[in-house]
Write a protein that binds this ligand. Structure first.
Ligand code: ZN
Length: 147
């Protein structure tokens, strides 16, 4: 049997251990008893970003966005749709670059929306500009496989 995956709870941020073959069986958090995958992106601040990017064993996709950005708002439904298709094999986060300017600076985000993919705590791919749901899913699968 493969080593269990570490999955960070989207509700309480506890790190759970889930066997790879059980990822799709609606696993629940050992601490707060809520489902570890709810099929939608998670809004995070700096502290939660570090925990989810640093501790998840599955790839973590991050949407750097802002409320004033038209293309960002247009992409939001596509990003939410991508979450339903990529979970439980990836975690999708959203970073409001106005509220978390430190994160945007740390990752040298020059234009938004920017989508970045992290695996094992490090960035493995990024793409600037809005994408539709199908392109997002294909890009994540291609990038994660190449890493
Ligand atoms: Zn929890």
């Amino acid at each position: 049997m493969a080593d269990p995956f570490h999955i960070v709870c989207p509700h309480c941020d506890a790190v759970n251990r889930v066997a790879a073959e059980r990822l799709a069986d609606k696993p629940v958090c050992g601490k707060c008893a809520q489902e570890l995958f709810v099929g939608k992106p998670l809004d995070v601040n700096s502290a939660r970003f570090d925990r989810h990017v640093g501790r998840n064993d599955i790839p973590v996709l991050v949407d750097f966005w802002a409320a004033w950005c038209g293309p960002c708002r247009m992409m939001a439904p596509a990003y939410a749709q991508a979450a339903t298709r990529l979970e439980p094999h990836a975690r999708l986060l959203k970073v409001d670059t106005e509220a978390s300017q430190d994160l945007a600076a740390r990752h040298a985000i020059r234009s938004i929306p920017t989508i970045a993919l992290f695996q094992g705590g490090r960035e493995i791919a990024r793409q600037a500009g809005a994408m539709d749901a199908g392109s997002l899913v294909a890009w994540v699968q291609r990038s994660a496989r190449a890493a």
